[in-house]
Design a binder for this molecule. Structure first.
Ligand code: NAD
Length: 305
């Protein structure tokens, strides 16, 4: 099998100065891509900034014979990030939305500022950079975009309401972008990784962390961004060398309404076991399929079944 090359492709990696982003940026550089290493250089909590983080990775890529430039803007200012790509390399093919910070606190103690900051960096940041590449990708009828979600968003995680909300928001953003981008050759996929980085130091136990290197997350991201990959709208959970795809599953449920009868909360109580019974399940992959199921239920009700 030939190696996956990215010669002539231009990649933006947000938050590319450290952790997971650094790993992606280096690998794209090694595989022939022109890389924009975006990084604000803030603390894990989103305080301060430095040019060092992005500069170091750019230097590493150049030392390996690759081509890279740094951008130090916050992802909140997507136009500026994309301008660096267009000015230096004249196009943009791949966007890895990866920049992120944490402001963990139980919901009771969480301030509005902590809530807003996390939405601003993760959700608004990914929106802003994606918005800035979208027209270019549409016009050239090609694009690969990655959103970085988290198991904390998908399953919830104590003390992370702000982060969980933003990370699940990214799944929603990607789900719809995947539909809107399809006819333009733009593929949007989401990853929910776990890896030992400065963000998870002290959260992931050290022994487990040794098995969760960023280099085990990188291969999926690189593959999803390759020409040969046709995946679109996927959500992948991965860590420690294991990769899997997620989807929605629902119970068969119960139809509670009867013709000519008012549907009541008591009906819900009475049928609760059936509503939540996982013995029979169905997978619904599109909003169209979901609507069809409603149509089927309504038809059964109207037929008096
Ligand atoms: P990291 O702290 O090592 O790297 C994040 C980088 O983003 C830093 O270099 C930081 O300076 C940069 N950054 C922060 N705010 C920025 C902004 N506004 N604009 C531009 N750059 C900014 O963290 P990481 O673990 O590599 O995390 C990368 C992404 O993966 C984040 O979105 C994170 O939420 C997500 N994630 C990580 C894990 C994990 O286990 N490490 C799990 C789930 C999701």
């Amino acid at each position: 099998m030939g190696s996956l090359r990215f010669d002539g492709k231009v990649v933006i990696v947000t938050g590319g100065g450290q952790g997971l982003g650094r790993e992606y940026a280096l690998e794209f550089g090694k595989r022939g891509a022109f890389v924009v290493v975006n990084d604000l250089g803030s603390t894990p909590g989103g305080v301060g900034k430095t040019t060092k983080a992005a500069d170091n990775v750019v230097e590493e890529i150049r030392n390996l014979g690759g081509k890279a430039v740094a951008n130090y803007d916050s992802v909140e200012f997507g136009e500026k990030v994309v301008k660096t790509a267009l000015e230096n390399f004249g196009r943009i093919d791949i966007l890895i939305n990866n920049a992120g910070i944490l402001r963990d606190r139980t919901f009771k103690r969480m301030s509005e500022e902590e809530w807003d900051l996390i939405q601003k960096v993760h959700l608004k940041g990914a929106f802003s950079v994606t918005k800035a590449v979208w027209s270019t990708m549409q016009q050239q009828k090609y694009g690969r975009i990655i959103m970085t979600s988290s198991p904390a968003g998908i399953y919830g995680n104590f003390g992370q309401t702000n982060y969980s909300a933003a990370k699940m928001g990214l799944v929603g953003l990607a789900n719809t972008l995947a539909l809107e981008g399809k006819k333009y050759g733009i593929q949007v996929n989401t990853i929910a990784p776990t890896a030992m980085t400065r963000l998870t130091k002290g959260i992931i136990p050290e022994a487990a962390g040794k098995e969760m290197k960023p280099e085990y997350v990188m291969p999926l991201v690189v593959y999803l961004c390759h020409d040969s990959c046709k995946e679109n709208g996927g959500v992948f959970e991965l860590a420690g060398g294991h990769i899997c795809k997620l989807r929605w599953q629902r119970t068969k449920g119960a139809v509670l309404r009867e013709l000519g009868k008012r549907m009541t909360p008591e009906d819900v109580k009475e049928n609760w076991d059936a509503v939540v019974d996982w013995k029979e399940t169905e997978v619904v992959q599109t909003i169209g399929e979901s609507t069809m199921k409603v149509g089927e239920a309504v038809a059964r009700i109207n037929a008096g079944d």
